[in-house]
Design a protein around this ligand. Structure first.
Ligand SMILES: [Zn+2]
Ligand SMILES: [Zn+2]
Length: 269
């Protein structure tokens, strides 16, 4: 017999393309079996929101699950994007119009400028439809759904624009690619920083979170434990990158970048 505690999260739908899992009353996780990141439907007493929306290619599954929960696209008051990566925001333009779209101001800026490098557009074979972010979020904003109060935390590291959402009363933490079950690291992308990542993990570890809802992988009932593993791993990564930097001849490796900056500046002479 296994010592593993029973899975506290109920699976509602499980087919060949996605799984729909109940994280808490009114909170459901969509886990797509392709490249789309997890999406979350939060049905509050006054407002209904989605946190991340996956890709256009996973939108039929998102809609299928929403219908299953008695919710249509028109019922979504707000789409909150955790950061600018396309696997999280790909289907957002399908909500543009009536539904408000929110993201941290640093993600909103990258999306508004169509920064395909920052959004990792080339990694995904998706239609390129521009959309705008209606609400530019900051640390400390609160999204009030009636019986959910989601506090916006700016948790940079994976990218500069990552946010986490935390409901203190329910101990419910949406941490996207910053904190994942088992302390899996989200990687450091273009605008990100391992030092920022470590600080963000420390902040999340200090919350009284009971349920972790991440951008990839399963739900977790041990967020604080997960955060401590992630902190250990991120510190190891910090010392690895230090050694890596020493191993390269840093000056020589940065020369092409320095040269292109010099070339750019010459244009103004
Ligand atoms: Zn990401
Ligand atoms: Zn992701």
């Amino acid at each position: 017999m296994s010592d593993k505690p029973p899975d506290p999260f109920e699976t509602i739908v499980n087919n060949e393309s996605y799984t729909l899992i109940r994280a808490a009353p009114g909170v459901h996780q969509f886990r797509f079996k392709s490249r789309g990141a997890n999406a979350y439907l939060v049905q509050g007493s006054r407002r209904t929101i989605l946190i991340d929306v996956g890709l256009v290619s996973t939108f039929p599954q998102l809609q299928h699950g929403m219908n299953y929960l008695g919710c249509s696209k028109a019922d979504i008051d707000l789409v909150v994007l955790s950061h600018e990566h396309l696997d999280h925001i790909g289907a957002a333009h399908l909500f543009a119009g009536k539904t408000m779209i929110a993201a941290h101001r640093l993600a909103a800026n990258k999306i508004a400028l169509r920064d395909d490098f920052a959004t990792l557009r080339k990694m995904f074979n998706e239609p390129n439809v521009p959309f705008d972010v209606d609400l530019w979020l900051e640390e400390g904003n609160v999204i009030d759904l009636g019986d959910f109060q989601l506090r916006v935390m700016h948790t940079p590291g994976h990218t500069s624009a990552c946010i986490s959402l935390f409901d203190q009363d329910k101990g419910l933490l949406f941490a996207a690619d910053t904190l994942m079950p088992g302390g899996v690291m989200g990687g450091i992308f273009g605008s990100g920083s391992i030092s920022d990542y470590i600080e963000s993990l420390h902040r999340l570890a200090g919350l009284n979170a009971k349920i972790l809802a991440s951008g990839h992988g399963r739900l977790s009932a041990t967020p604080i434990h997960d955060a401590h593993i992630a902190i250990e791993r991120s510190r190891a990564l910090l010392s690895d990158t230090g050694q890596l930097f020493d191993a390269l001849d840093a000056r020589e490796n940065f020369e092409p970048i320095m040269q292109s900056v010099r070339d750019l500046n010459k244009l103004d002479d």
